[in-house]
Ligand binder design. Structure first.
Ligand code: AMP
Length: 285
């Protein structure tokens, strides 16, 4: 597996692959890799001649300095995992490489209303930061397909809008959420949970699952409230938001009949660790 650190070397590698007509799959990550990331990598390896994975903790998508400082970094282990999964190249640049001073334009991306709700509202600037780094990475890696996890459900909608508005030629592939045996959605941030917090955290998914049953004979409002009340009652947990939305527009629904595809997106603080998850209430397929 090739380890690439600079824009120059990444471009050179990309040109080599283009010259030999290879299809390229791309998995952007912030490292501290787990089985969730690796499920995306596995799909990319299966579907493309060449797989490139980026490992880059993108400073400009963090609206909270402490979250950025405490974000886990496990580069050596990450590289071992990627090599054993059959990845061809890992792109792991420094922040100076991605954002040199002369590249510090404040480009504003047209990401649509899907970027204004939920994460967009609670993490100002987050999606512009995600869009900036993906715009740079997509142009550099120039993949045929890029793989994203449905754990970050809203991010996929935002990335699809980015691709459209920037006229990028990449197919966005959405991959299902990977969970631990006890149901907790795998996340790099899980490693920051204390033993006690880790024991409590599966209650997030338990509550979401229970709410799907509950929703069958209760209103959207009642379903929302039961989730928030249940999780807020657990010591050390605080729901930041829970929104039941149309899966395409990400705008809130007031009645179950308002859409054929409805998801509930949640963000919960467990101590000072911010975890996200989501669940489907209605699906067209
Ligand atoms: P991150 O390193 O957190 O930026 O995540 C990189 C990619 O992995 C994103 O597309 C995430 O949605 C995806 N991902 C993270 N956790 C999971 C998971 N538990 N299941 C599936 N995909 C995931």
């Amino acid at each position: 597996m090739k380890i690439i650190r600079t824009l120059y070397d990444m471009t050179e590698y990309r040109v080599q692959q283009r010259d030999r007509g290879a299809s390229v799959g791309f998995v952007p990550t912030m490292g501290a890799l787990h089985e969730g990331h690796m499920s995306l990598v596995k799909k990319a390896v299966e579907e493309n001649m060449v797989t490139v994975v980026s490992v880059f903790v993108n400073p400009i998508q963090f609206n909270n300095k402490e979250d950025f400082a405490k974000y886990p970094r496990t580069e050596e282990e990450d590289f071992k995992l990627l090599a054993s999964a059959g990845v061809d190249a890992v792109f792991a640049p420094t922040a100076e490489e991605i954002y040199p001073e002369e590249n510090c334009d404040n480009k504003e991306y047209a990401l649509g209303t899907v970027a204004e709700v939920m994460e967009g509202k609670y993490r100002p600037g987050h999606f512009q930061g995600v869009a900036r780094v993906l715009d740079i990475l997509f142009r550099l890696v120039d993949p045929h397909r890029a793989y994203f996890g449905e754990k970050d459900f809203q991010q996929i909608a935002v990335v699809r809008n980015l691709v459209k508005s920037e006229g990028l030629k990449v197919e966005i592939v959405a991959c299902p959420i990977k969970r631990a045996n006890d149901g907790l959605a795998l996340s790099s941030r899980n490693s920051r949970l204390s033993e006690e917090q880790r024991k409590a955290a599966p209650e997030i998914y338990e509550t979401l699952k229970y709410s799907v049953e509950y929703s069958k004979d209760h209103s959207v409002r009642a379903t929302h409230d039961t989730v928030v009340e249940h999780l807020d009652a657990i010591p050390g947990m605080r729901v930041e938001y829970f929104q039941i939305v149309d899966a395409r527009t990400l705008q809130p629904v007031e009645e179950w009949e308002m859409s054929d595809w409805i998801v509930g997106c949640i963000t919960v603080y467990v101590g000072d660790v911010r975890l996200i998850d989501n669940i489907t209430y209605r699906t067209p397929h």
